[in-house]
Design a binder for this molecule. Structure first.
Ligand code: HEM
Length: 266
């Protein structure tokens, strides 16, 4: 799938604008000339936009995402996964899906207008990680727990974890429509100003990702299953410290100016 993002990443009018751009890019070949007339550095001269704390934020996010994913897999694999039936797919694929979402966000943070190739690479990664890996993992993991409950004739969505989980998964569908619709096929789905819609995709993503982390915290930190099979200190590290670290790490790298719905990119 080849996304065309010219309409999303075209340069802002404001000459005073100097911070990072929307962290996306078009195909490398298509984008570069577009930036030159604006007097912006060519990529070979460009230095990546860095802010103190970006590297620490990335490490923190990766550690947080890694810790709950690894622990979820370890808990399932060390507790006779076959006997768990469909449930074995739930903590494993859900944590993996959220890890991939986190990676998909991290690869877009922060690349700059003066790095069209880096932006394009980041965007291609973003799509692959999220759409082709994270979303299928999350959908299968969700269907697995629903199927498990159907098999046991249990009631659905009886906990905050289950309720917020299904809300987050439903929101994810909207998130994909906003993101895909504003970039695929030149964003024609949203008419003349897909860039504006793209801003909603980005802002919504920064709300949805914390919701997923909160759902992990509830599912891992408060479910009977983890308290039965896990060790309390490790459960706390994996499902309280892990999601919190991922949240702080990812948010610390976000550029607020880009998130503004009414700013120069609106
Ligand atoms: C963001 C990731 C996750 C999402 C979206 C999610 C979603 C859901 C949903 C929708 C249900 C209810 C299904 C139904 O009632 O039919 C559920 C149940 C459950 N989930 Fe998750 N889940 C996630 C991560 C996890 C993790 C990491 C664990 C464990 C470490 C976990 C453990 C459980 C357990 C034990 C249940 C059954 C009890 C209950 O309904 O709360 N979940 N999950």
């Amino acid at each position: 799938m080849q996304a065309n993002l010219e309409h999303v990443v075209d340069k802002v009018d404001s000459p005073s604008y100097s911070e990072s751009e929307p962290e996306l890019g078009d195909t490398p070949s298509a984008q570069e000339p577009e930036f030159e007339p604006m007097g912006i550095l060519q990529e070979k001269d460009a230095t990546p936009e860095k802010r103190p704390g970006d590297v620490a934020g990335k490490i923190m996010a990766l550690a947080g995402l890694g810790v709950f994913t690894i622990y979820s897999w370890a808990l399932v694999l060390s507790n006779d996964p076959v006997s768990m039936k469909w449930f074995a797919l739930h903590p494993t694929l859900q944590s993996l899906g959220v890890l991939l979402f986190g990676l998909g966000i991290l690869v877009l943070q922060p690349t700059t207008m003066n790095q069209p190739k880096a932006k394009a690479r980041g965007f291609a990664f973003h799509q692959s990680l999220i759409l082709f890996c994270g979303v299928p993992a999350l959908v299968i993991g969700t269907l697995a727990i629903i199927r498990q409950k159907v098999d046991h004739e249990s009631e659905h969505f009886t906990t905050w974890h289950g309720t917020l989980g299904i809300i987050a998964v439903s929101w994810l569908v909207l998130q994909i429509v906003l993101g895909g619709g504003s970039v695929w096929n030149k964003g024609r789905l949203f008419g003349s100003n897909p860039k504006r819609i793209y801003k909603y995709h980005r802002a919504s993503g920064y709300l949805l990702f914390p919701l997923f982390l909160f759902v992990i915290y509830l599912g891992g930190g408060w479910s009977k299953w983890t308290s039965n099979v896990g060790s309390k200190p490790l459960v706390i590290i994996a499902y309280v410290v892990g999601p919190l670290a991922a949240l702080v790490g990812v948010l610390s790298r976000a550029r607020c100016v880009i998130l503004s719905l009414h700013g120069p990119f609106a």
